[in-house]
Design a protein around this ligand. Structure first.
Ligand code: NAP
Ligand code: ZN
Length: 373
């Protein structure tokens, strides 16, 4: 059995995680740049917990709170300039995948000169400021991956930059910050995590170890998703919040090893051009992708369905419909445009079952235009 698995992030998950582990922050520097979104971290308590911890340790901090959903290339260059201006020597990302990804890119660009137009072409470099992550959504697993997904207006799509130095040194996980996470974001991010674990199992780079982590992640995420499908109000228990956070972190470990596949490559255009949430975009495409894979790899899909506790792809699709509501629709022109972009993405071939251009087109149309089952 050949295994080569690298997971250099120290992960600590517990209630009041930041307060209890504040002393660890001293290891990373004396001038912290906090990278976060515009609002949520100020409301859910994560920003306050981090700034109090830093102040108690005598660590100076500077806040860059301009990160938008699906962060742009110009946003992270602005953050890197801000980091240099304040002589930050480490970076703390607080938020969902967007601020966490932005934090990784800022940590890299603060100490590595890469012209904007070469960002996705160049080797990203071997230096970055140390990174600490505090996730406030449970979906992307960005706290344990080495990728930053950025929106490029030059390329008219979302693209990943990745380097080993972009792995966080420390991830502090506390589900209490998700207490008031709105239901649609909870559902979309959970489905993103599920997609990571499932795509990880279908990746060419999957190993026995990544499959074991993926199966554990799928089981726990599906247990929660089945509950969320029947939850009318926003009364999700802390136990479920913790399970979602744990399951999404596991799924992040899976993709840090395997990468994502066609679902993510295709989902990016749905987000970039149609403003569909990242997790929702993947969730719309996943059942159709499973149907496609089942034609050539039925045993892999069977294993995934078993972990999901589902008897068929159809049964999973019904659950997806309950969670997502009406599909978002796609025009012929959009499907053609997105097919061209997805067929050129690197991860489209990172699976044993590779879609042809025609199959990508059909998957877009059938997934986005299909009526609820
Ligand atoms: P997000 O874009 O980070 O956040 C979505 C929304 O949720 C924002 O409005 C945010 O508000 C709000 N929010 C965050 N935490 C909250 C909380 N605790 N309570 C209430 N509202 C909260 O969403 P995401 O789905 O977590 O991240 C998506 C991004 O991650 C995409 O760009 C995707 O491509 C990327 N991604 C990266 C990886 C990876 O491996 N690096 C993997 C998958 C996805 P504020 O803006 O005010 O904070
Ligand atoms: Zn994702």
């Amino acid at each position: 059995m050949d295994i080569n698995f690298n997971m250099p992030v120290k992960v600590i998950m517990e209630e009041d995680c930041i307060r209890k582990n504040a002393a660890l922050l001293k290891e990373y520097g004396t001038r912290a740049l906090i990278v976060t979104g515009k609002r949520s971290a100020k409301i859910n308590g994560a920003l306050q917990d981090v700034t109090e911890a830093l102040t108690s340790l005598g660590i100076k901090h500077f806040i860059f709170d301009k990160v938008m959903a699906n962060p742009t290339v110009s946003c992270v260059y602005e953050g890197a300039a801000f980091a240099r201006e304040h002589k930050a020597d480490f970076v703390i990302g607080i938020g969902g995948g967007s601020p966490m990804d932005a934090a990784k890119a800022v940590a890299l660009l603060a100490v590595t000169e890469i012209p904007q137009e070469q960002l996705f072409m160049a080797e990203p470099g071997s230096r970055a400021l140390p990174i600490v992550m505090v996730p406030t959504t449970a979906g992307t697993g960005s706290e344990v991956t080495r990728n930053a997904i950025l929106s490029s207006d030059i390329l008219q799509t979302k693209r990943s930059i990745a380097a080993p130095v972009m792995f966080a040194k420390l991830a502090l996980l506390d589900a209490k910050y998700m207490k008031d996470l709105p239901m649609p974001i909870t559902v979309h991010t959970a489905l993103d995590a599920l997609s990571h674990a499932v795509e990880g199992m279908l990746s060419r780079r999957a190993t026995k170890l990544s499959d074991s982590i993926a199966i554990g992640s799928i089981e726990i995420l599906m247990e929660c998703l089945k509950l969320l499908a029947f939850q009318k109000e926003q009364n999700i228990s802390m136990e479920v919040r913790e399970k979602l956070l744990y399951g999404s972190m596991l799924a992040g470990m899976v993709i840090s090893h395997t990468g994502t596949t066609a679902v993510h490559s295709m989902g990016y255009s749905l987000t970039y051009f149609k403003n569909i949430d990242h997790g929702r975009a993947n969730a719309l495409l996943l059942p159709g992708f499973l149907e496609f894979v089942a034609k050539s790899k039925p045993e892999s899909v069977k294993q995934i369905l078993e972990a999901m506790g589902m008897n068929s792809i159809r049964e999973y699709e019904v659950l997806t419909d309950q969670l997502l509501g009406e599909r978002d629709g796609i025009t012929e022109e959009e499907a053609n445009q997105f097919t061209k972009i997805a067929s050129e993405a690197k991860s489209i071939t990172n699976s044993w079952a590779v879609l042809s251009k025609q199959e990508i087109y059909e998957l877009y149309v059938s997934s986005l235009n299909r009526k609820r089952v």
